[in-house]
Ligand binder design. Structure first.
Ligand SMILES: NC(=O)c1ccc[n+]([C@@H]2O[C@H](COP(=O)([O-])OP(=O)(O)OC[C@H]3O[C@@H](n4cnc5c(N)ncnc54)[C@H](O)[C@@H]3O)[C@@H](O)[C@H]2O)c1
Length: 326
């Protein structure tokens, strides 16, 4: 049997109603004492998700239909506690692949999009493609803390209403673990993990003090769930899943944080770097036919930014044609 870390103090017999207390009497006494000693906290002082406020709908549901009065309308009726209009969104790695598809998808939906990338020519061609639309591009290396801070300073100054972030930029080298030198290990961790940590924290620092709502979407990979022939990539993508669940707790109840886990996305620089035998293995694992295009992964990201996913936080959604059923 596991030892208790905090052994319960030995109980002294107490008198209840002139007789020696039984175990259930003592439990009741302890609960009453707890209740009386608990500092008073009003529902308004509690974070929304801990609020003890009565739930009229639930009580009403227990009554026979004829006894049900119309009942008060909850303050959040019609919009829902987690509803947020994400209208201004940061997308990292927007110069190509999923990021580029998502930029177009969000612009089509009427959003203002700010994207950053290390690929300057790619950003220029993106800006030309979407000329005249509310798109801003920044050359930024998300692996650099300094760059991330400077980028967020500029974005927050110009777009104080920004409330969406997609940590999409990713680095996959497709090499076995013994080919990594320390500088490369550091780089892969910085692009895939540290950048999302720094950027997410800056957005949360901006929104949470004002109790403003927002949504963050991270990009993981099937490799983070089932492993990868590139051990560093498998490691960091598993880390992205952990970061998502943890930040979903850290930023609750105002910012939803979710993660997309794609399978093999064709027409991307990353797919081109996957060794042939792994490429064939990924394809063989897919239950659905047809390729996974960057646009299809962008659809899932857009869903997680939208109010249609208002009940999801800390969730992992797959865009993988059913690879490695799990
Ligand atoms: N392509 C796939 O098969 C696949 C599968 C699973 C998961 N993913 C993940 O999906 C996301 C998008 O991948 P993709 O396929 O579109 O890749 P991609 O290589 O086509 O695009 C990634 C973009 O990120 C940019 N980028 C890389 N390092 C950066 C940095 N340090 N700072 C700023 N920008 C940087 C690149 O320049 C590029 O424009 C990544 O996180 C990736 O790991 C991809």
């Amino acid at each position: 049997m596991r030892a208790r870390r905090h052994p319960l103090p030995a109980r002294r017999p107490e008198l209840v109603g002139g007789r020696t207390a039984r175990v259930d009497d003592l439990e009741r006494l302890a609960h009453r004492r707890d209740r009386e000693q608990r500092p008073a906290r009003t529902a308004a002082e509690l974070p929304l998700h801990l609020s003890n406020a009565p739930r009229p709908t639930r009580v009403r549901a227990l009554l026979p239909p004829l006894l049900r009065a119309p009942g008060p309308v909850p303050a959040t009726a019609g919009r829902g506690g987690n509803t947020v209009s994400v209208n201004t969104v940061i997308v990292t790695g927007g110069a190509s692949g999923v990021g580029r598809a998502l930029v177009g998808r969000l612009l089509d939906a009427g959003k203002t999009v700010i994207t950053c990338d290390i690929d300057e020519p790619g950003l220029k061609s993106l800006a030309i493609e979407h000329e005249g639309r509310p798109l801003e591009t920044h050359v930024t290396d998300v692996a650099s803390h300094e760059d991330c801070d400077a980028f967020m300073d500029r974005v927050l100054a110009a777009h104080p209403n920004v409330n969406g972030l997609v940590n999409n930029a990713g680095l996959y080298l497709g090499q076995p673990v013994w080919e990594y030198d320390d500088a490369t290990i550091e780089r892969v961790i910085a692009v895939n993990i540290k950048g999302p940590v720094w950027l997410s924290r800056r957005l949360a620092d901006h929104l949470l003090p004002a109790k403003r709502r927002g949504a963050i979407v991270n990009l993981a990979s099937v490799a983070g769930e089932v492993g990868s022939s590139d051990a560093l990539y498998g490691t960091v993508k598993a880390g992205v899943i952990g970061l998502t669940k943890s930040n979903a707790m850290n930023f609750a109840p105002y910012i939803r944080v979710n993660v997309v886990s794609p399978g093999l996305i064709v027409n991307t620089a990353i797919a081109d770097r996957i060794p042939d035998y792994r490429y064939a293995e990924y394809k063989r694992q897919e239950q659905l036919d047809g390729d996974i295009l960057p646009e299809y992964v962008a659809d899932v990201c857009a869903y997680l930014l939208s109010d249609e996913s208002r009940t999801l936080t800390g969730a992992l959604l797959r865009a993988d044609n059913g690879s490695y059923p799990r």
